[in-house]
Each structure stands twice: as structure tokens, then as C-alpha cells.
Ligand binder design. Structure first.
Ligand code: SF4
Ligand code: SF4
Length: 231
């Protein structure tokens, strides 16, 4: 006989779990991401994370469809960071978007500075800094053999000759090694404003105060120059 499952988060007040659940379901995208669940398992069959981890997009959709507040809380703490956000699960015959539900749940976890969010994002602060301060992706000079050991000698060769490779690219905006491409000041200002006005900066603060301070420093100067002082 199967033993009843203990609620791992029994110590967390019910109101807190309910608050997070309501925040997930109140998201404007939620109604378009969940229409009920046939429990057919097609999403699980297509999900790469379900293959390698104890993770199931079906469980995510079901918990939300059944309004299982306690299970949704447990998933926000323990499961959502296993999803690789590939959206293969969009094959759902019910037109659900389990990967999108995970996105919403992650955003709630980050906004509330949950320990699971801090832990999951710990290793990404350098990448978040790079993307948010420069407006571009991981820069070419981050391609070092120690970061990409599975590339073998190619990573060293590419890293050593980065300047030459970059200059060989037709768009001049890509003749950089410390950024993926040159981003115009106007674009950067717009990005900084968007991140401030949409609450992204508050989310960063909730999970990494140090990173938030560094980013504000970087953004402050540019926004002031453009006539948008932060304070
Ligand atoms: S988006 Fe997430 S849940 Fe959907 S298939 Fe990809 S890994 Fe699985
Ligand atoms: S594919 Fe859709 S309907 Fe089927 S189990 Fe997954 S979420 Fe439910």
C-alpha cells in the first residue's frame, strides 16, 4: 500500500501558498496557456526534461487545472527549474502551454525572491549582467576553453583568434569581441527604461541585491545622460 505523501512545505503558511497560486492564475497569459488537461501525456513524451529529470509538464498542467494550491507551491519550489523552456509541449491537443505555465511560475518565484529562484539563478549572474548591461547576448570573449571544455581544441583556437574571426564578419556592428554586437545608445536607453518600468529590476533585486546594485550603477549614468534620471 502506498504511503500518503507528506507535505514537504507544511510549515509554509497556507495564505502564502494561496498568494503565489493567485498570482500565477491572475497573470494575463494564464487563460491562454491552460484549457484543462486530458491527461494524455503527449507533453511528457515530447519533453526533454521529463526524460532526464523527475519532471513532468503534465503534472504542472494538472496541478493548476485542479487548483491544487499546495502542489503548485511545491512545484514552484522544486520542479519548475528543471524545464528547459524548449516549448516542445506546445503539441498538446488541448492547446495548453505547460512551458508557458512554467515561465509564469518562475516569474512569481523570482518576484518573491524564493530560495529556489536564488539557487537556480546563482550561476547566471555574469550572463544576466552581460545581457542587461550591454543589451546583447553572451559576448564572444566569454568563449574560453575552460568554459567550453566539450568543444575541445576548437574553443582555444576560436578564443585565441577572436579578433580575426570577428573582423571577417560582414556587418561592422559585429567587429567587437567584448559584446556580441554594438548596440546603439538609444536602444540601450530604451532597454534600461523598459527593465525599470516593467518591474524587471525589482525582480533582479529580489534574487540578487549585489547584481542589482551593479546594474543600477551602469544604467544610472546612461539614463541621466538621456534625460531620464532614476531618482
Ligand atoms: S518547455 Fe519545458 S515542459 Fe515544455 S517540453 Fe520543453 S522542457 Fe518540457
Ligand atoms: S499534452 Fe496537454 S492535455 Fe495532454 S497531458 Fe499534457 S497538458 Fe494535459
Amino acid at each position: 500500500m502506498a504511503l500518503p505523501q507528506l507535505d514537504k512545505y507544511a510549515h509554509v503558511p497556507w495564505e502564502e501558498k494561496e498568494r503565489l497560486f493567485e498570482e500565477v492564475t491572475a497573470d494575463p497569459r494564464f487563460a491562454d496557456y491552460l484549457y484543462g488537461c486530458y491527461e494524455c501525456g503527449i507533453c511528457v513524451a515530447t519533453c526533454p526534461s521529463a526524460r532526464f529529470y523527475d519532471f513532468s509538464p503534465r503534472r504542472i498542467a494538472q496541478a493548476l487545472a485542479r487548483e491544487d494550491v499546495a502542489l503548485v507551491y511545491e512545484q514552484i519550489q522544486d520542479d519548475i527549474w528543471e524545464c528547459s523552456q524548449c516549448f516542445s509541449c506546445l503539441r498538446c491537443p488541448r492547446k495548453n502551454n505547460p512551458g508557458g505555465l512554467v515561465t509564469i511560475m518562475r516569474e512569481v518565484a523570482v518576484r518573491h525572491g524564493l530560495a529556489s529562484a536564488k539557487q537556480a539563478l546563482e550561476g547566471y549572474s555574469r550572463i544576466i549582467y552581460k545581457i542587461m548591461s550591454t543589451g546583447t547576448q553572451v559576448s564572444p570573449d566569454m568563449i574560453r576553453p575552460e568554459a567550453f571544455p566539450d568543444w575541445g581544441p576548437s574553443a582555444k583556437e576560436t578564443g585565441d583568434n577572436l579578433d580575426v574571426w570577428r573582423k571577417a564578419m560582414p556587418p561592422e556592428t559585429m567587429h567587437t569581441t567584448s559584446m556580441s554586437w554594438d548596440v546603439a545608445d538609444k536602444t540601450l536607453t530604451e532597454l534600461y527604461l523598459i527593465w525599470h518600468m516593467t518591474g524587471v529590476m525589482d525582480m533582479i533585486k529580489a534574487v540578487d541585491e549585489g547584481l542589482h546594485m551593479i546594474l543600477v550603477d551602469v544604467m544610472e549614468e546612461k539614463l541621466e545622460e538621456a534625460g531620464y534620471p532614476l531618482s
